[in-house]
Design a protein around this ligand. Structure first.
Ligand code: ADP
Ligand code: MG
Length: 352
């Protein structure tokens, strides 16, 4: 349904989106997940023809968004980050205006507006001024607007931002409903949200796609990584040395009161055998292991690991101008840090 190929958007020498490629199949709900500044809105704006890419291409139902914008745009309904409402119009007036702008015929428009208002449950407020609506209702009007023209794909940029918990649940239910008849792509920086409504999760970080899979597959791939938390009755250096001798990666290591608290990981799957070997290695060295517990990676861990670097150091703010990431020479944050799961590693395994 949608093909995105090698999409790059540069602002000066900063790549907001960097060589992004993915496919969207018909009939699913996709979640575009990433921290603030990851490039979600930029990508959506390019996909919907609101923003020109620096390079790369987007095809909607086979139509290039730049070469055949009218045909391509007919297939998509878009709710941008800020719903483009006019404060002094009522939802009804606004929807009539949008339907006309989208070229929907009068009689058909009437039907579609009634349907959109019913689906988004805004019939009761249709004659109130938009400026007097709550944020939740304004968001619904924004979604109703996206439905006009009966597009196959609905693209929603952070549709629940700024809503209260009750409104969030209502909008999520609405998105699930939309998913029955449309292909839906929504963006969010909140994992639980994407997990709650999306069938496929695309994790984007610093303008790059770092994972794309179902929640279950993402979880099970990473849970293949065996993680152990240890408390060793010795100093940090000695503990790390013994763990490394076992071929394990040190994820975290803190020394306190002569004890070292470690988190280690491995791709080996024989968890019990690793525990046994560690137990004897430490005991041979005359050091007691005070605790040892295995843990599985949750989707939360997956998301944190894949996007860790951007939280630690928001690159575009901190890096000197000359060292900013660029489309050509940019190294992904994750590549630079051995403790972060390299996206490439994930991609290879996942086979895309
Ligand atoms: P997200 O929607 O994931 O929060 P955006 O797509 O809005 O991320 O932004 C991605 C990156 O591009 C950010 O680093 C942001 O600061 C930068 N950016 C976005 N729009 C502009 C612009 N008009 N000019 C310069 N930089 C921009
Ligand atoms: Mg955004």
């Amino acid at each position: 349904m949608i093909e995105v190929r090698n999409l790059t958007k540069l602002y000066g020498d900063h790549a907001a989106v960097s060589d992004l490629s993915f496919n969207i199949e018909k009939g699913q709900i996709y979640g575009f997940l990433g921290p603030n500044g990851a490039g979600k809105s930029t990508t959506m704006n390019i996909m919907t023809g609101c923003l020109a890419a620096t390079s790369g291409e987007v095809k909607i139902g086979g139509y290039d968004i730049v070469e055949e914008p009218q045909k391509a745009k007919k297939l998509i309904g878009y709710l941008p980050e800020l719903p483009p409402l006019y404060p002094d119009q009522t939802p009804k007036e606004y929807l009539e205006f949008v339907a006309e702008a989208k070229g929907v015929r009068k009689a058909e428009a009437k039907k579609q507006i009634a349907h959109a208002m019913q689906v988004t449950q805004i019939e009761d407020v249709q004659n109130r001024l938009c400026k007097n609506l709550s944020k939740g209702y304004r968001q619904r009007v924004g979604i109703a607007q996206a439905l006009l023209g009966d597009p196959e794909v609905i693209i929603l940029d952070e549709p629940t931002v700024g809503l209260d918990p009750k409104q969030i649940i209502e909008i999520r239910d609405l998105i699930r409903e939309l998913g029955k008849e449309h292909t839906v792509i929504l963006s969010s920086h909140i994992l639980s949200e994407v997990q709650a409504v999306c069938e496929t999760i695309m994790i984007i970080n610093k303008g790059k796609l770092v994972a794309c899979d179902s929640a279950e597959n993402l979880e099970s791939f990473f849970s293949g990584r065996f993680e152990l938390s240890l408390t060793a009755d010795c100093g940090k250096e000695r503990a790390e040395e013994l763990v490394a001798a076992e071929g394990l990666n040190v994820e975290k290591s803190d020394e306190k009161d002569g004890k070292t608290f470690l988190t280690v990981s491995t791709q080996r799957e024989d968890g019990d055998e690793i525990c046994r070997e560690l137990f004897f290695r430490f005991s041979k060295a005359g050091i007691a292991l005070l605790s040892m517990s295995a843990s599985k990676a949750s989707l939360e861990d997956v998301f944190m690991k894949l996007t860790q670097e951007s939280e630690d150091s928001p690159a575009e703010e901190q890096a000197p101008a000359g060292e900013q990431e660029t489309a050509e020479g940019g190294s992904s944050a994750a590549d630079d840090d051995a403790s972060v799961i390299a996206p490439e590693e994930y991609k290879e395994e996942a086979g895309y």
